[in-house]
Write a protein that binds this ligand. Structure first.
Ligand SMILES: NC(=O)c1ccc[n+]([C@@H]2O[C@H](COP(=O)([O-])OP(=O)(O)OC[C@H]3O[C@@H](n4cnc5c(N)ncnc54)[C@H](O)[C@@H]3O)[C@@H](O)[C@H]2O)c1
Length: 771
């Protein structure tokens, strides 16, 4: 729907946007920091373009929509490019991409081949070669004039001073992207941490030599100074940009060492040309072949596509595999392959018309760090986590992220109230990368790790001697730990009780009413009665913020999940007062069923350290009953395949605790079956001689007819080993839709890959039946 905005309103909005965009550009191109995330920045640019489309009189020559990068002088000498270096226009959906392709083909007046490439998240570089010899390397700058970085560029082994071969053009400009590969970026940040430590140690040394008395705050000062000198880099793009543009000759000591290391992390892929008269090739893809012949590095991830469907498939493929690539990418670049069409189609003042960048949804955004709260988990570990203003990142809304421990909070340098960079890549757990220091206004405050458990007030202790992680030692009755254990009991890998999730576990252990929760520990779980749970009331929380909701009078709202009012018909038939809700009835029915579930599931639900489904299955298969496990010696336990010494010790320690014994006996009194019926006793491995005996199988993606657990179970039941990662020892990989890196690994190692139907044959009839 065309927007109806008056010129006056549009002007005000455009001015506001321009100010913000220019500020962000200054920081990004001049100081290698991002004041906002790329997605927000792109949104501003798009809106400004839209306003200028609606009111063309707003579009001055100096509008950011007409400019490439920034000319901001940063102290480096500059050089004019022989031919302008442009930016790229963006699209954010396949629909827009298809539209652009149709328009471009129409302008070309003939069929077009598309060259698809990964959009490398780095910074552009222009390499000028005269008769095959490098005369300058420069950044893009404002597109006409860039900063000279020749000295640093020549430190990259991939940038040749002299091109291979003979007969080079008198002048050619080669354009490419300088970036830091993902693996090198990790190493670089690890090295920065070492430099921090060394700088800190040096400062203390100097202090001591001067005979000073160290005070805690002096150490603190030395630490912060070291952290300022050698900060962690928030992302490879900004680290690469600063790395290439640093004035290395002005550095010495540790700074010089760190600077050199940063340059050594840089890599290059070339992706274009400028100022090449009459190139002896007709297509951009052939240009790359030529550049490779000259010894320049080209990306292996390019493809010539003859239809837009093929382009879309490329976009989709790398959308799923963007984390399997050696560098970060923020999208796909689609180019018209034929060079003569580049001239015909031309360019706007900012971008060529023969290419477009398709941008993937963001994986890195900025948001406000509202608070750092400490949570206690089921094992008692006290973990600080970030509470953030909700942020949409990589397709989901993120509000929280763990910060692990107080040292991590310190290392990341975040303060409560900071604007922080938040990253979530695909299925990966969200992570706070660090603060945007430039956005501070002085109201931020430091996080202080509490000394007592926030849930039960018990003084926190190190997990083990000298450990930085703290735990609440009140394992039996700390409400947070009981809640965590009860939730674990209901989880899919344990007793798989659907009605017993996080919210129900909290209701049973920490309701607002009654004051004494029905479960003080999990020992009472299987003896719960309707009378106990029906009165339960819990606080209603806001889904966005997690804070308690209040009514108009400021009273906290509560909810009674386990009861309902009687229906009219029930009232008529004389029923009075609250009735159990269907949730209450389901919970008790499912608990009843769980009492006779497989022994291994019951073992997992006991929350014994290290005893997960794999060890529990092995124990259950070997011993057949909890009693037999309890009577076994350390050696007997450790000898069971899949158990070992650590788990044996953990089992022995668990049985020694009185309140653990109480769980077992009270569950038993409530009807829990601690033995597998018909098991012949210790030593009888049930599935020996199965059709998969001695074979290792990995199941990945969604296999029709199997849940994730179900596929694993089927492998084990057939006597095979269900492994979670692919290696040379893997015999088969069963892969369904959504299979990612494991499938790629299997292909790489040449391991036989099965679909769901073949997998079914494998686990029921064995490998020979596959043919
Ligand atoms: N977060 C911020 O504050 C902020 C500020 C300014 C710019 N930015 C980011 O930078 C972008 C604008 O910068 P831009 O003008 O460089 O545009 P761009 O990064 O969207 O696209 C153009 C650039 O892509 C690069 N590129 C990577 N792979 C390529 C390939 N295979 N073929 C051709 N080119 C390739 C080239 O260097 C080219 O100059 C914004 O969209 C935003 O994401 C962010």
């Amino acid at each position: 729907m065309p927007e109806n905005i008056s010129l006056e309103d549009a002007r005000v909005e455009a001015e506001e946007l321009t100010t913000r965009i220019l500020e962000a550009k200054d920081a990004y191109y001049g100081r290698d920091t991002s004041l906002v995330d790329d997605f927000t920045y792109d949104g501003w640019m798009h809106r400004l373009e839209e306003l200028e489309r609606l009111h063309p009189e707003l579009q001055g020559q100096d509008s950011p929509t007409q400019m490439v990068g920034a000319a901001e002088a940063t102290g480096l000498a500059t050089i004019e490019h022989a031919e302008r270096m442009l930016s790229l226009d963006n699209v954010f959906s396949l629909e827009e991409l298809t539209e652009w392709a149709a328009k471009t083909r129409a302008s070309a007046g003939r069929d077009v081949d598309w060259l698809t490439e990964l959009k490398i998240d780095g910074l552009a570089i222009n390499l000028r070669y005269e008769n095959g010899r490098l005369t300058s390397a420069a950044t893009r700058g404002d597109g006409r004039v860039g900063e000279i970085v020749t000295e640093n560029a020549l430190r990259l082994p991939e940038i040749p001073l002299q091109l291979d071969g003979t007969g080079h053009p008198p002048i050619v400009e080669v354009r490419g992207e300088v970036f830091i590969p993902v693996a090198a970026f990790e190493r670089l940040n690890a090295a920065q941490a070492e430099f921090r430590e060394r700088a800190y140690a040096d400062a203390l040394d100097r202090w001591e030599k001067r005979g000073g008395v160290k005070k805690p705050f002096e150490e603190e000062k030395a630490r912060s100074a070291a952290a300022r000198r050698f900060p962690s880099f928030a992302n490879p793009r900004n680290a690469a940009s600063g790395g290439l543009r640093q004035q290395i000759e002005k550095k010495n000591g540790l700074e010089l060492e760190a600077g050199m290391l940063r340059i050594e992390s840089l890599a290059l892929y070339v992706h274009g040309i400028g100022a090449w008269e009459n190139p002896p090739v007709a297509a951009q893809s052939q240009v790359y072949e030529k550049l490779a012949e000259w010894g320049l590095p080209t990306s292996p991830h390019t493809k010539v596509c003859t239809s837009i469907d093929e382009v879309a498939a490329f976009v989709e493929y790398y959308g799923e595999h963007r984390h399997d690539i050696e560098h970060e990418l923020d999208g796909i670049v689609v180019k018209v392959d034929e060079l003569s069409l580049h001239d015909e189609l031309g360019a706007t003042s900012r971008a060529p018309r023969w290419a477009i960048a398709y941008k993937y949804p963001p994986e890195e955004v900025q948001t406000k760090l509202l608070d750092i709260v400490v949570s206690v988990g089921r094992t008692g570990r006290a973990t600080p986590f970030a509470v953030m203003a909700p942020a949409q990142v990589a397709g989901s809304v993120v509000r929280q992220a763990t910060l692990h421990n107080k040292d991590v909070v310190k290392a990341k340098g975040v303060l409560i109230g900071d604007t922080v960079v938040l990253r979530k890549a695909g299925d990966v757990i969200p992570e706070v990368l660090g603060p945007v220091v430039e956005r501070r206004d002085g109201t931020e405050r430091e996080f202080v790790m509490p000394e007592v458990c926030p849930e039960c007030g018990t003084p926190l202790r190190p997990m083990k001697e000298g450990d930085i992680d703290l735990r609440c030692p009140n394992a039996r009755s700390c409400p947070a730990q009981v809640r965590g254990r009860v939730e674990h009991i209901g989880s899919r890998g344990a007793l798989d009780i659907e009605a017993l999730g996080e919210v129900t576990a909290a209701a049973l252990t920490q309701p607002t009413t009654p004051a004494d929760p029905p479960l003080e520990t999990e020992a009472g779980l299987f003896a719960l009665t309707l009378e106990e749970i029906v009165p339960i009331e819990v606080v209603v929380r806001d889904a966005e913020t997690g804070l308690p909701k209040e009514d108009d009078d400021g009273v906290v709202k509560t909810r009674a999940p386990f009861r309902r009012n009687p229906t009219a018909a029930e009232k008529k038939s004389g029923l009075e007062g609250p009735q159990p809700s269907s949730q209450a009835l389901t919970l008790l029915a499912e608990l009843e069923k769980a009492k006779t579930k497989d022994l291994w599931r019951l073992l997992v639900s006991l929350n014994i350290r290290h005893v997960g489904p794999v060890a529990a299955r092995a124990l259950a298969q070997w011993f057949g009953s909890l009693d037999a496990i309890r009577r076994a010696s350390r050696d007997e336990l450790a000898a069971v395949e899949g158990v070992g010494g650590i788990i044996a010790d953990s089992l022995l320690a668990w049985f020694e605790v009185d309140w653990h014994q109480e769980i077992v006996s009270r569950w038993e009194a409530a009807g829990v079956q601690w033995a597998t019926p018909g098991h012949p006793g210790p030593g009888a491995a049930v599935v020996e001689g199965g059709v998969l005996d001695g074979l290792t199988v990995v199941a990945t993606g969604s296999l029709e007819g199997y849940t994730r657990d179900g596929a694993q179970e089927a492998i084990i039941q057939a006597g095979g080993k269900a492994a979670s990662s692919v290696s040379k020892k893997t015999d088969f990989v069963a892969a369904g839709p959504g299979a990612g890196s494991k499938l790629a690994k299997a292909e790489e190692l040449g391991i036989r890959i099965l679909d769901a139907a073949q997998f079914h044959i494998l686990v029921t009839e064995g490998p020979d039946a596959l043919g």
